[in-house]
Design a protein around this ligand. Structure first.
Ligand SMILES: Nc1ncnc2c1ncn2[C@@H]1O[C@H](COP(=O)(O)OP(=O)(O)O)[C@@H](O)[C@H]1O
Ligand SMILES: [Mg+2]
Length: 310
């Protein structure tokens, strides 16, 4: 559905996207993951033909996005970061206007409007002023706009940014639903979001692609070399430390006191949790927490960079 070859965008003095290549298959829901400034929006703008590349090429549905951009755009629904909308229009006026711009007219317009109201949960608000809507509803109007011309590929730039947890959950569910009939490229800087929505993940950092994998594999990789956190009540933490340190796969142990409980952080190259549980049983340690520490995107980058050094 998307083929990107050595796509590059340089701004005066800086390269935002540095010769990236990747493919997105039909039906995929791909998470485009990276920290702020990684080059996600720049890449998406180029794919949506809003921004000419400095060099490289890309096709969408077989059409070159620059030489044949009108044809390519027929297949693309692009929702930019921040979703610019006309505040002083009603939802239905705005979407009708957008449909006309996209050449969706007459009976088809009527059908499409009622479809997107239904799909995006806008039936109750379609007569309201956009300025009176919550951010969550505005995002849904943005998504409805993108769906009007029935594109098979959706390019969504941080669709959940700025939403509250409830709205985020609704937006995710909507995206998952759309994934049944569309190919989706979705950018985010939140790892958990990709895990909940996507079947593939592309990680970009400093304008370069670092990883292409499934979210499960990525998580498994992190589990093998990661951090384990546990809390034990004990009078002699040093004894616990020496036993923990002796476990296979434990590289280092840090600890600190929290009342009568001790908190231990283990850097690991294999999963020691079962062995820790056995130790706790054997020595009758009261154990109230044993888990992988939360893995952040930054940890993943550190891990990847570290792996490259070895
Ligand atoms: N119009 C622009 N002019 C100059 N630099 C830009 C412009 N747009 C983005 N950049 C730079 O390009 C890099 C990538 O930005 P962007 O694609 O917006 O990243 P992301 O969406 O991943 O946060 C950043 O370092 C940013 O400062
Ligand atoms: Mg961005």
């Amino acid at each position: 559905m998307i083929v990107v070859e050595k796509l590059t965008k340089s701004y005066a003095g800086a390269t935002a996207v540095d010769s990236i290549s990747f493919e997105v298959g039909k039906g995929d829901i791909v998470g485009f993951l990276g920290p702020n400034g990684a080059g996600k929006s720049t890449t998406m703008r180029m794919l949506a033909s809003y921004l000419p590349p400095t060099s490289g090429a890309a096709t969408v549905a077989g059409y070159d996005i620059f030489r044949n951009s009108l044809k390519a755009r027929e297949h693309i629904g692009y929702m930019p970061e921040g979703v610019p909308l006309y505040q002083d229009m009603r939802v239905n006026e705005y979407l009708r206007y957008r449909a006309e711009l996209k050449g969706v007219r007459g009976r088809r317009m009527k059908e499409r409007l009622s479809d997107v109201y239904e799909l995006c949960g806008l039936c109750e608000v379609h007569k309201k002023m956009i300025s009176s809507l919550s951010k969550g509803f505005r995002q849904r109007v943005g998504l409805a706009d993108v769906l009007l011309h029935e594109p098979d590929l959706l390019i969504l730039d941080e669709p959940t940014i700025g939403l509250d947890p409830n709205q985020i959950r609704q937006m995710r569910e909507l995206i998952r639903k759309l994934g049944c009939h569309h190919t989706i490229l979705l950018s985010t800087h939140i790892l958990a979001e990709v895990e909940m929505t996507c079947n593939r993940v592309i990680i970009i950092n400093h304008g370069k692609i670092e990883v292409v994998d499934t979210p499960q594999n990525l998580r498994a990789r992190m589990r093998i070399s990661g951090e384990v956190y546990l809390e034990i009540r004990h009078d002699f933490p040093k004894k616990v430390v020496s036993l923990l340190r002796a476990l296979p796969g434990v590289a280092s142990v840090d600890f600190s006191q929290n009342g009568e409980w001790w908190e231990f952080r283990l850097q690991t190259s294999a999963d020691p949790r079962e062995a820790i549980f056995e130790l706790a049983l054997k020595y009758h340690w009261p154990l109230r927490e044993l888990r992988h520490a939360q893995i952040s995107l930054e940890d993943i980058f550190a891990d990847i960079t570290h792996a490259e050094e070895i």
